[in-house]
Design a protein around this ligand. Structure first.
Ligand code: PMP
Length: 303
């Protein structure tokens, strides 16, 4: 196993350790029951060193995820933010993906946990590589997105990602890059790891948070950016046929940024051009790389 992509150190339970030494027991609760949460955060390259995009919002979501499952993170929000900054700094990445993970350790006797079971907190950073430029062909998957009647969907819980895994795996088996999942009621929900936006007659339309989506931090940022660019934005219930009536469709998320969708179910989206998506992407990147004064409050510089 090559650990070099994770840089020099991983932060684990309060200490920076060598990546190959960041280990847990196979008897950890998380291994048996998938009990954990995570975040996906990005640090962008700027003229003033790496800047972490919307750190406060990501750390707030991490604490929300734990709270809604009755977990208590054994660090304060300030300590976690500082640990994230320290980990990016020590690894000397100009830009990177940041993965805070919280999970249950060894010593359990039941699916429910008792006080003796330790919580582990790990922050790893890695090089995401360049995912721009590739065409994005999506298919609607047969798997429905998990409903919040079953599990809290605003929590970024590990267990939600087995549903994501099936959604993406089925897409790959069908020859697509990614899938769009419908919710339990048949409305457009999201892809396995990003939110969906449609452009129709210069209006931006995106599934309502009631459609089993993760109300993504990129999604919320883009809604504000689109409104600031003068677009009308509607959060609503979208049926599958509207995917094929849209002028443009794009995916949005921390790892994805803003990614134009070329086809859905092998039907070309709109005319195949995506000028509005491109404008939103360029504005988003300008903000994330520190070139837009107005949104400096969204960035935490790592110095
Ligand atoms: N939906 C799912 C299922 C995701 O995993 C992600 C990535 N975290 C998103 C949406 C986008 O969320 P964010 O913009 O906060 O990264």
């Amino acid at each position: 196993m090559d650990f070099s992509k994770y840089g020099k150190k991983i932060w684990m339970d309060g200490k920076l350790v060598d990546p190959q030494d960041a280990n847990i027991s196979v008897m950890s609760h998380v291994v048996h029951y998938g009990s954990g949460f995570f975040e996906g955060i990005k640090a962008f390259k700027t003229a003033n060193g790496p800047a972490i995009f919307r750190l406060d919002e990501h750390v707030d979501r991490l604490f929300y995820s734990a709270r809604v499952y009755y977990y208590e993170i054994p660090f304060t929000k300030e300590e976690i933010k500082q640990a994230i900054i320290d980990t990016v700094k020590v690894n000397e990445f100009e830009s990177c993906y940041i993965r805070p993970s919280i999970f249950m350790g060894a010593g359990w006797h039941d699916i429910d946990i008792s006080e003796e079971v330790p919580f582990h907190v790990v922050i790893s950073t890695w090089n995401l590589g360049d995912i721009t430029g590739k065409e994005h062909h999506l298919g609607v998957t047969s798997y429905r997105r998990v409903s919040s009647q079953m599990t809290p969907m605003q929590a970024k819980a590990i267990n939600n990602y087995m549903n994501s895994y099936l959604i993406r795996h089925e897409a790959h088996m069908a020859g697509y890059n990614e899938a769009i999942a419908l919710d339990a009621n048949g409305y457009v929900s999201e892809s396995s790891g990003s939110n969906i936006f449609l452009v129709k007659d210069k209006k931006i339309i995106t599934p309502s948070p009631a459609c089993s989506i993760l109300n993504g931090i990129t999604r919320l940022s883009l809604i504000q950016i689109c409104q600031d660019l003068g677009f009308e934005v509607e959060e609503t219930f979208i049926t599958r046929d509207f995917l094929h009536l849209a002028d443009e469709v794009f995916c949005a998320g921390t790892a994805t940024d803003v990614k134009a969708v070329n086809s859905i179910d092998r039907i070309t989206v709109g005319t195949g051009d995506y000028p509005i998506t491109e404008k939103i992407l360029q504005t988003y990147l300008e903000i994330a790389t520190g070139k837009n004064e107005k949104y400096q409050g969204w960035l935490t510089y790592v110095k």
